[in-house]
Every structure is written in C-alpha cells, then in structure tokens.
Design a binder for this molecule. Structure first.
Ligand code: PSU
Ligand code: MN
Length: 303
C-alpha cells in the first residue's frame, strides 16, 4: 500500500514484502545525541549489528520533506554532519517538516510513527525521553511516552538517563498502560548503569518471550507499544556516583542558561559528555549496539 509522503528504501521494502525481520532505528540520536563523526560511525555500526543478527536495519528520518524508512550512507553522513542544525522532529513537528520540504531527525516518538506507517514493529535506540526532573513546575514530559501509549511499536532501550525523573517516568508509563519489560533484569536500567533502584514490571529471559508478549498485546487489539529495557553490558557500565554528579552539574548549567523545551535533552547529553571527557559517549555507543542486537533477535520472533 502506498502511504503518502513515505519512501521505503528498496532493501527495506523488499524485506517487508517478504516478511523478513526489520528493525527501525532513530536519527535524533545521530544528529542531536552524539558528536560528529562518532555519531555517523555509530549509526553505521548499529546497522551492521542488526544485519549480523539476521534482520534488516531501517534508519528513519525526514529528507526533503519525505519520510524515509531506510537511509543510505550518504544520508546518514549528512544528518550526522549537520548535527543540531537539523530539525529535531517529534510528533508535533512531523506534518510541518513534511509540508515545508525540510530535513528532520526523528525522535523516538516520530520514529515510532514512521515505523508503524511502514509496517515495522520493533525499534532500537539508546534511551527514551521521559518525565523530566522538576516536571511539576516545567510540565516537561517527553512526547515519547504518549507515543508509546498509542503507537504499536516496541522500543528496545537501556532504560532512561537519570537526567529524567525515573520514578515519575515509570508512573506515567503505568498510567498509560505501557508494559515495561526487562530483558534479564528486575531493575529498570539507568542508561549508563545497570541499576536505578526502580523495578521493571516483569523480567524476561529470552527474545522469544518478549516477542510473544508483544504478539499477544497486538492480537488483542491493544494499542500502543512497550518499553523493552536492556541494561548496558556489565563491562561497559559507568560508576553511579560520578555519573549522578555529572548529571546534576549539567542540570544546574541548563537552569542557569534557562534552556527549555526541545533543546534541553540535547544540551544535557552534550554537557554530560564534556564533563565526563567522553566516557559517557563510549558507554552510550556500547549500549546502543547491545540494544540493536536484542531488537534483531526479537524481530526474528515477531513474524
Ligand atoms: N535520550 C538519550 N539519547 C537521545 C535521546 C534521548 O539518552 O538521543 C533523544 C531521543 O531521540 C528521544 C529524544 O526521543 O531525545 C527525547 O527528546 P525530548 O526529551 O525533547 O522529548
Ligand atoms: Mn521535553
């Protein structure tokens, strides 16, 4: 079926037609989540990992006003090079960027929308957006959470960074009926670290069990996705206390500079990377690769 404004790459199109497993990947992580050129290197490595584990990668973005599922190397390189000059596109921005014929890097929310239109049910990233610390004042709740409640795409992530209020994020997901499933973890992971002190709803031991839960949810006609929480591998995790300190420092700086809205998440990510002299970036890359691997395994059981 033709979906207006959507282009599938030939490879993604043929994979979907022949019911091969496909994994969606987002692009804000490339443009706004990591510095050039490591963002591009990472995006390409993530695609390789998906392939190595038997699925076809579909990196998603908006290019010249067209939604794309499956980017070529040049398009990935351009997004990475443009960095924060590219529009960060979430649900509200999607019709605007299409109408104006611009480029856009898609957040978790917008990537889910496009993946769903393309017919891709599983998506790998680093961390999801959530309820920000101080949200009772700022009302800053990422559109990612609403999207998880309404769009049928499961997101494999390493939990969420503690730049967010993880407790409130989990409460919000519970209210919205979004399952938070741990892969071999009882604890909801905190991105750089395997533990946050908060619990997932259920811990599962295999990709097959995770896929089965998703299949049942969608067979029942229940709208929405799921958070599949996959902790960073032990050997790459960072120490909790210094990370917490770096995060606090970044949050203070954001407040001093009065940074708000869609700028806050990229600002915090870049500042934390600076404070930790790149250690956070190394961990970030490893956990994304680890998520791509699990997403590919789940994709194989989702047919
Ligand atoms: N968290 C990360 N890395 C990221 C993001 C979040 O650890 O790159 C990006 C994702 O694209 C996510 C978006 O969807 O930030 C959330 O932005 P906001 O908080 O403005 O909704
Ligand atoms: Mn926000």
């Amino acid at each position: 079926m033709m979906i207006p404004y959507l282009d599938l790459s030939p490879e993604v199109s043929s994979a979907l037609r022949s019911k091969q497993p496909v994994v969606a990947l987002e692009s804000t992580i490339i443009s706004h989540g990591m510095p050039y050129p490591r963002n591009v290197e990472t995006a390409l490595m993530v695609e390789e990992v998906v392939r190595k584990h038997g699925a076809i990668p579909a990196t998603i973005a908006v290019i010249n006003g067209r939604m794309k599922a499956g980017l070529n190397k040049k398009e990935i390189n351009n997004l990475g090079k443009m960095g924060t000059d590219v529009l960060k596109v979430s649900r509200r921005d999607l019709p605007v960027v299409i109408a104006q014929g611009h480029n856009g890097a898609t957040t978790v929310a917008a990537t889910m929308i496009i993946a769903d239109l393309a017919g891709i049910a599983i998506f790998a990233t680093g961390g999801i957006g959530g309820v920000h610390r101080g949200a009772s004042e700022s009302m800053d709740v990422s559109a990612d959470l609403q999207e998880l409640a309404r769009t049928n795409v499961a997101v494999v992530c390493a939990g969420a960074k503690s730049i967010l209020d993880l407790g409130l994020t989990l409460e919000y997901l519970e209210t919205q009926g979004v399952p938070v499933l741990g892969y071999r973890t009882q604890d909801f992971p905190a991105f750089y670290t395997r533990n946050s002190g908060f619990k997932v709803d259920q811990s599962l031991e295999s990709a097959k069990e995770l896929a089965n839960i998703l299949t049942i949810k969608w067979q029942l006609g229940m709208k929405g996705g799921a958070v599949i929480a996959n902790p960073i591998p032990e050997k790459f995790q960072l120490e909790y206390a210094p990370m917490e300190q770096a995060i606090q420092q970044a949050l203070d700086l954001a407040q001093q500079k009065n940074i708000k809205g869609k700028e806050i998440t990229p600002f915090l990510l870049a500042t934390i990377e600076e404070i930790t002299s790149g250690k956070s970036l190394d961990a970030n890359i490893e956990l994304v690769l680890n998520n791509a691997k699990l997403a590919a395994k789940i994709a194989k059981h989702l047919r």
